[in-house]
Design a binder for this molecule. Structure first.
Ligand code: PLP
Length: 377
């Protein structure tokens, strides 16, 4: 019996050839392939500008900086998310205010956000949690009249659609992740997308020490250029080695998402009628990419959530506890973050688990997982 991983990136000969070509070209740091990847990503996601960065975490940081968020500001975030979402708010000295999530989608919504707004709320970070598109139109009805910036943490969102368009389109600015746990990977890496040229330009400068001359433009010069640094900024660059992989992966995205949706539909069909289990599904107004196929374990189920994890582990199947609750982490104990009623968040984080799902998953492996989950003993 071979081990079944919870996630495995789908990489092949084309990625290897692309990295080799980048190495042979001599451009290994940020260069022409990063620029090409940005153009291709913007075009695929239906946005005006894409700025490649070193991760989604650094992308969220830049999004908050260019949106003008800083000390004294409140930013609404879900606690039910990877900790990076809230951490980015603290990087800029603003205060995270945790909103609860909808039990069915695992996402924040207009109701949970409305109840936590303060006079200092300047931004909301909406997460497409696990690749389930967040309901941006409803959120906008709350944020727009108040002039609140809507930032999207689309770390998990590549290939997911909201109202017939890629996620990320409906927010003011979005950040994406290319970590191997996500659907499209460059090893480490991220992207910031926005339709606002001034925000994109500033993010582009901030990722590279706010230099007046990028490395790529310096390379064109024969006479050494006199560059200046317009503000204190960061090194959040992506490398051309990563972008070379990203370009190939972007070309595979539709195929990967189609396969994930197929495997997810099979899980749902097999587990739908098992007492006590509820599987993640598409929301009414979008199609997810099933980056995380999570299952809520109720009181009628054969095992507890942790019992299922043990059963799966004993058969060499690697599953995961559900999405974390940031407010319960030691990093947030005694912090200034605002913690209100997070009943659904605490319920979901303790009652859900994530099942293996990856592109090359065999029917046999899929069947092995279903067998454990559907068993009555
Ligand atoms: C993975 C993830 C991140 C962090 O992405 P990195 O690219 O690893 O920095 C942020 N937010 C969410 C919701 C994530 O799932």
């Amino acid at each position: 019996m071979t081990r079944i991983d919870v996630m495995r990136p789908w990489l092949g000969a084309e990625e290897i050839a692309a990295v080799t070509a980048a190495l042979e070209s001599g451009w290994i740091a940020q260069g022409p392939r990063v620029a090409e990847f940005e153009k291709a990503f913007a075009s695929r996601m239906g946005v005006e500008h894409a700025v490649a960065v070193s991760s989604c975490t650094t992308g969220l940081h830049l999004a908050l900086v260019v949106a003008g968020i800083g000390p004294g500001d409140d930013v609404v975030v879900p606690s039910f998310s990877f900790i990076a979402t809230a951490n980015a708010v603290r990087y800029v000295g603003a205060r995270p205010v945790f909103a609860d999530v909808d039990r069915i989608t695992g996402n924040i919504d207009a109701d949970t956000v409305k109840t936590v707004l303060t006079p200092n709320t300047r931004a909301v970070i909406a997460v497409d949690q696990g690749g389930v598109p967040v309901g941006l139109d409803d959120l906008r009805r709350v944020t727009d009249p108040l002039g609140i910036v809507l930032i999207e943490d689309a770390a998990c969102g590549a290939g997911a659609n909201y109202r017939g368009r890629p996620v990320g389109v409906g927010s003011d600015i979005a950040a994406w992740s290319f970590h191997p746990r996500k659907i499209l990977t460059t090893g480490e890496g991220g992207m910031v997308t926005t339709d606002r040229a001034t925000w994109a330009d500033r993010a582009r400068a901030l990722r590279e020490h706010a230099t007046s001359k990028s490395a790529a433009s310096r390379h064109q010069d024969t006479l050494p250029a006199a560059e200046s640094y317009t503000e204190v900024a960061y090194n959040y660059r992506m490398t051309d080695l990563q972008a070379a992989v990203g370009l190939v992966q972007l070309g595979r995205l539709d195929e990967v998402v189609a396969r994930r949706r197929e495997l997810a539909a099979k899980y749902r069909a097999a587990l739908e009628s098992v007492p006590g289990l509820r599987c993640v599904a598409d929301p009414d107004d979008g199609e997810g990419n099933f980056q995380s196929f999570w299952v809520e374990v109720g009181p009628d189920a054969a095992h507890t959530r942790d019992g299922y994890l043990r059963e799966l582990a004993s058969r060499d199947i690697s599953a995961r506890r559900g999405i974390m609750a940031t407010h319960l982490q030691p990093a947030y104990a005694g912090s200034d973050a605002v913690v209100g009623d997070l009943t659904v968040t605490e319920h979901l984080t303790s009652s859900t688990l994530i099942l293996p799902l990856f592109h090359a998953m065999s029917e046999n492996d899929h069947g092995r997982v279903v067998e454990v989950m559907a068993s009555r003993s």
